[in-house]
Design a protein around this ligand. Structure first.
Ligand code: HXC
Length: 512
């Protein structure tokens, strides 16, 4: 028995140590090994590994090289004491490429995550489909995608891209709820630089094509971009601390901190009364939520809208807010897609929504119209209309036209609409409205300027005064800005047990 135990121990130690030359190459590239990453991600000594001894059964040129683990470390551990399931691709074994055994291990851990109602975290670092295994590798990927979709909305799924993630492999992160990327080392693309050059002659580097910078600022594929693996994995832990383990659980609460009684006089100073003066909405959010260090998604993509996870009085909320500092806070195609996906995520996992509105409308222009702003704007509209979680809208300043409706207005189902005395809800700004409605009069006038100014004033007084929407019941209360945090906290407490039965149907047809 002693000898057998010794052999087991030796075997395990060898597997954990890996192939020294390959480990060294991995380190030279500025990357950690799969196991080093799991050590950073999970609570100490919490990892239970599955399938450590699994090897591929493929024939052909690779038949004599059958390293245990088959290039992926799978299992379960805890983050702050809460259960998660994980897989970490090991680039030191066949470049982390995915063959049948590698895929079967991933399938197993995904099935366990769903059965146990716990988040799945995937650490990707792979050359893609294992070329030697041909169609079996493709079949393995299909099994992952299928499971990603079946698990969507059941458990949170988090992808962390820490190396190459090429070809169809990139579709798994794209199907999950959040994608982290590390600058310099992570890349995602469907066809790599070599194929592109062969097909079209275009020359591009891996980073230019699909680096973290590209996906964090232009495509929206990366939800979070980090400079290094350590801060990246620390933020994965932070994200998990804000998420429920599955759709049936409430998000994890922290101790209440008296938000319902808190007064924030700074709020009134942060937002200029003039509707067109910019300000940083992040500072407003920081005054409303418990911890000014809230977790912002897609910080550098579609920055004209902010999506963030935070807590108010200890309870997790999803904040959607226009950002007047970028493009004056207009909605456009990218902003609508970003916010729509976030609203749907929050709704799927029972996270109440707080929407802060200061929006001049949708961005006009051929570029937007031709890039499908109607279709993308409809996504956001659809997401809000469908959301059954508690919803609180706060109108800080302007809320014009279709963008007002889309930003969680009363008509599309907000539960509580609060407005500051600076609110201006209207079809459009006063100047633009007067130009349309009084076009003929203004054209005929000898001196149009004073006439325009009088008409603008009249329009403002009649249709844009701060109590107009409240008089019609579109707004539930006009509040002192300093009381915003308190009022939102009270509203969320009121709505805590909200329940809405969805209409009977198979599923809606989201304008994807
Ligand atoms: C088998 C692979 C592999 C793969 C890498 N390796 N990718 N083995 N199948 N797909 C092996 C290498 O042969 C090498 O083995 C080791 O992993 C490390 O690779 P390097 O090339 O030395 O590393 P690096 O220089 O960092 O380059 C990484 C890389 C490059 C950019 C990922 O390896 C590469 O271009 N690989 C091929 C990528 C690819 O075309 N994959 C298929 C995509 S199509 P040794 O023995 O030398 O250490 C796809 C379809 C999926 O994935 C569809 C799903 C629906």
């Amino acid at each position: 028995m002693g000898a057998l135990r010794e052999r087991l121990e030796r075997f395990r130690d060898e597997i954990v140590a890996g192939r020294p030359a390959a480990v060294e190459r991995q380190h030279r590239k500025g990357k950690r090994t799969a196991r080093e990453r799991l050590d950073l991600l999970l609570d100490e000594d919490s990892f239970l590994e599955l399938d450590m001894f699994r090897r591929h059964q493929a024939r052909g040129p690779q038949a004599d090289d059958r390293p245990p683990t088959d290039g992926v470390v799978t299992g379960s551990g805890t983050i702050d004491g809460r259960r998660v399931f994980v897989y970490a691709q090991d680039f030191t074994v066949f470049g982390g490429s995915l063959g049948a055994a590698h895929a079967a291990k991933i399938h197993k851990v995904m099935d366990l995550a769903v059965r146990n109602g716990a988040p799945l975290i995937a650490l990707n670092d792979s050359g893609g489909a294992r070329i030697q295994e041909g169609a079996m590798a493709l079949d393995g990927y299909g099994g992952i995608f299928h499971r990603n979709v079946r698990a969507s909305g059941v458990i949170p799924q988090i992808s962390v891209v820490l190396g190459p993630c090429a070809g169809g492999a990139a579709y798994s992160p794209a199907l999950t709820d959040f994608t982290f990327m590390v600058a310099e080392t992570a890349q995602m693309y469907l066809t790599g630089p070599d194929v592109i050059e062969a097909v079209s002659g275009e020359r591009v580097t891996h980073a230019e094509l699909g680096g973290a910078q590209v996906h964090g600022t232009r495509t929206g594929v990366a939800t979070f971009v980090h400079d290094d693996e350590e801060s990246c994995l620390a933020d994965v832990r932070y994200l998990v601390s804000l998420l429920p383990s599955n759709y049936l659980e409430r998000p994890p609460s922290a101790a209440p901190c008296g938000a319902a009684a808190s007064v924030r006089p700074r709020l009134a100073d942060l937002v200029p009364a003039e509707p067109n003066r910019p300000y940083d909405m992040r500072k407003v959010i920081a005054e409303i939520v418990d911890d000014p260090d809230f977790l912002e998604l897609h910080e550098d993509w579609a920055a004209n809208v902010i999506c963030a996870l935070a807590r108010i009085d200890g309870e997790v909320v999803g904040v959607v807010a226009n950002q007047p500092l970028v493009l004056a806070g207009v909605l456009d195609a990218a902003a609508a897609q970003k916010a729509a996906r976030f609203v749907r995520f929050c709704d799927a996992f029972g996270i109440p929504l707080v929407t802060l509105v200061d929006v001049p409308g949708f961005l006009p222009g051929t570029d937007q119209e031709h890039s499908g702003v109607i279709r993308h704007g409809a996504k956001l509209l659809y997401a809000y209309c469908e959301a059954t979680v508690p919803r609180v809208q706060v109108i800080l300043r302007k809320a014009y036209g279709g963008a007002y409706i889309v930003m969680d207005s009363r008509s599309i189902g907000t539960d509580l609409s609060l407005a500051w005395p600076t609110n201006e809800i209207a079809v459009m700004g006063a100047e633009a409205a007067v130009n349309v409605v009084h076009r003929r009069e203004l054209a005929a006038a000898e001196e149009p300027a004073p006439l325009r100014s009088r008409l603008v004033t009249e329009y403002r007084e009649r249709l844009m005064h701060p109590y107009y929407a409240a008089e019609q019941g579109l707004v539930d209360a006009v509040i002192d800005p300093a009381q915003t945090r308190a009022e939102v906290a009270r509203g969320l407490a009121m709505l805590r047990d909200k329940g809405v039965a969805p209409p009977a149907r198979k599923h809606g047809n989201v304008p994807m």
